[in-house]
Design a protein around this ligand. Sequence first.
Ligand SMILES: Cc1ncc(C[n+]2csc(CCOP(=O)(O)OP(=O)(O)O)c2C)c(N)n1
Ligand SMILES: [Mg+2]
Length: 372
Amino acid sequence: MAGQAVLSVLREDGVVQGQEPEIAPDTLLHAYRTMVLTRHLDERAMRLQRAGRIGFTVPNKGVEAVQIGSAAALRSSDWIFPSYRDFGMALYHGVPVEQMLHGMFCNGLDNSRGRQMPVHYSFADPIRFVSISSPIGTHIPQAVGAARAAQQRGEDTAFLTSFGDGGTSSLGFHSGLVFAGVWKSPVIFLCQNNGWAISCPADKQTGSDGFAVKGEGYGVPGVQVDGNDFLAMYSAVRTAVARARSGGGPTLIEAITMRMGGHSSSDDPTKYVPAAMLESWAKKDPIVRFEKYLRRRGLLDDAQAQAALAAAEAQVAAAVEAAEKAPLPATETIFSDVYAEVPPSLRKQGRDYFEMMSRHGEAAAGDGAFPL
Ligand SMILES: Cc1ncc(C[n+]2csc(CCOP(=O)(O)OP(=O)(O)O)c2C)c(N)n1
Ligand SMILES: [Mg+2]
């Protein structure tokens, strides 16, 4: 592993320098439009948060090729155990933007009826996108467990679990890799090395030469990939998925990229990210690079690029309007979808609560400050 080259396909000017994967033009354009949509949604979400219209969001800028390159290599019948930054994976597979906005506004149309943290999405359809876990790394062994069930049923489903450079210091990462190595699990471990775990730089996160090398001790092959290169990400994940489906076992992919925004909307990265570092990564922008490639191939022109942005803006604007207008979850929903039959102790608590509410009124939005 050490000394192996970082997989890359596209140069920064959009010229192919490595093994170009075969991808249908329609798929390339869908990926491009999803990258543009993801970026626009991200910018809009930050503005909504700054305006006090939503409480919280998690910036995605700069990691669009990691997310969408990976998602494009999966079937909708595969499973994703995502990190909290993976909006683009869900959008690529057709999760409506409205659903994402309902989650941001924590309204009554949100899948989890506003009971999850904001932007901690889960979707059963059109892709199995398992509820985002805030505790770092806990979803990694969950992916291996779900993959075990698929193995036992004789299915060829692939399971992708995504986490950060910081996530490799969690117990979940190590226990997930132990079991996956032994069971030859059909799992793709996607480590998004975006330079930082909040303010902790990646070079303080590990004593090893990168993160892909960590698979070796568990019998899991690792590969480092240029995470700002859509084609390289697609190639690496497609190879790992083929390996997983054919019983070859798991792969650890380290996508080398950079978080171009804050850790979350509650973070101020100017306090710790050197400006020069951001400037040098801005030159490697994954959308700009992919766009140059598409133009070189004659698949995209100015009018189509403008149309992609206009479509993203219109979709997000309509979704914001719908989500902001939607009613908040009804208070009674705290007791629904949890138990098939609500136990007597909870029924009593519910009755007490509603009785108190009838005397004091319901809490208003903003009564409790969001703690993050
Ligand atoms: C078990 C646990 N410890 C600490 C935290 C607080 N925390 C939230 S995100 C984060 C950093 C994660 O960094 P990384 O895995 O690199 O992901 P990134 O945010 O860069 O995508 C930390 C320490 C947490 N959520 N869970
Ligand atoms: Mg990180």
